[in-house]
Ligand binder design. Structure first.
Ligand code: NAI
Length: 250
């Protein structure tokens, strides 16, 4: 199944929340964490997350990361079921139409909704878990950025620049509480969501022209970095944005 370290014990006794874990990269993160012993909360607006939770012996929570009450209920459910929270992966996002809408013309309500999910969602979820991480003496957060932050990708790119900024600012605010905050910036990764917005011929061109390793990434290509950043191996790393992209040239 490609899970990293199946049967491992790196996260025994740890409780992890992964947002947007109903499918794609988030589901891979949830599986990899569970394979290393973590109790995983699969949080998503898509109820297909229930299957990922069953598979990982975790807890599914229907949660909208842009809604403060829903995010609070997610944290409460995690604590009620597993007794605390140690790790958070802010992975949920919507793709929208990416480059097809311009920042200077995009419908304002749509833009606000987009930023509420893709950027503010990471902050809301972090705010909700901080008291619980504090209560356990520390924790770790991984934000899902994108190499789109380093290139032109309209408001999708802008939201990821915001995620990078949050990563750096929160790392400083939370460091004294023993909470580390880092981000993974994946390059093009083969998921249903990616295929829905990037035409196949464009992906082939990106791979050929821009990726040193000459193939699309897969969700399982990203799990190693996610587990590393959440683990004690990364105890001296915070506020960093790590490209995991097969050698993308911008
Ligand atoms: P995906 O669409 O499978 O994953 C996103 C998940 O977030 C979905 O399950 C969706 O239901 C959920 N979601 C959307 N809005 C939500 C909300 N308001 N509250 C809770 N959950 C919500 O897409 P994929 O490809 O797995 O992407 C996952 C993350 O990786 C995203 O942050 C994306 O921006 C990022 N990323 C993806 C890349 C790719 O090429 N696939 C490349 C770089 C970054």
């Amino acid at each position: 199944d490609g899970a990293v370290g199946s049967g491992g014990t790196r996260f025994d006794g740890k409780v992890a929340i992964v947002t947007g874990a109903a499918g794609g990269i988030g589901a891979a993160y949830a599986r990899a964490l569970a394979a290393e012993g973590a109790s995983v909360v699969v949080a998503d607006v898509n109820d297909a997350g229930r299957e990922v939770a069953d598979e990982t012996k975790g807890l599914f929570v229907h949660a909208d990361v842009s809604d403060p009450a829903s995010v609070q209920a997610m944290a409460d459910a995690a604590v009620e079921r597993f007794g605390g929270i140690d790790l958070l992966v802010n992975n949920a996002a919507i793709f929208g139409t990416m480059r097809l809408d311009f920042l200077f013309t995009v419908d304002w309500d749509y833009y606000k909704r987009f930023m509420a999910v893709n950027m503010d969602g990471a902050l809301l979820c972090t705010r909700a878990v901080v008291p619980h991480m504090r209560a356990r003496g520390g924790g770790a957060v991984v934000n899902q950025s994108s190499t789109a932050a380093w290139q032109y990708a309209g408001f999708y790119g802008l939201a990821k620049v915001g995620v990078n900024g949050l990563t750096q600012q929160l790392a400083h605010e939370l460091g004294s509480l023993g909470i580390r905050v880092n981000a993974i910036a994946p390059g093009p990764t083969d998921t249903e969501a990616n295929r829905a917005v990037v035409p196949g011929n464009m992906s082939q061109k990106i791979v050929r022209d821009r990726l040193a390793l000459k193939r699309m990434g897969t969700p399982d290509d990203l799990t190693g970095m996610c587990l590393f950043l959440l683990s004690d191996e990364a105890r001296w790393i915070t506020g960093q944005i790590i490209n995991v992209d097969g050698g993308e040239v911008f």
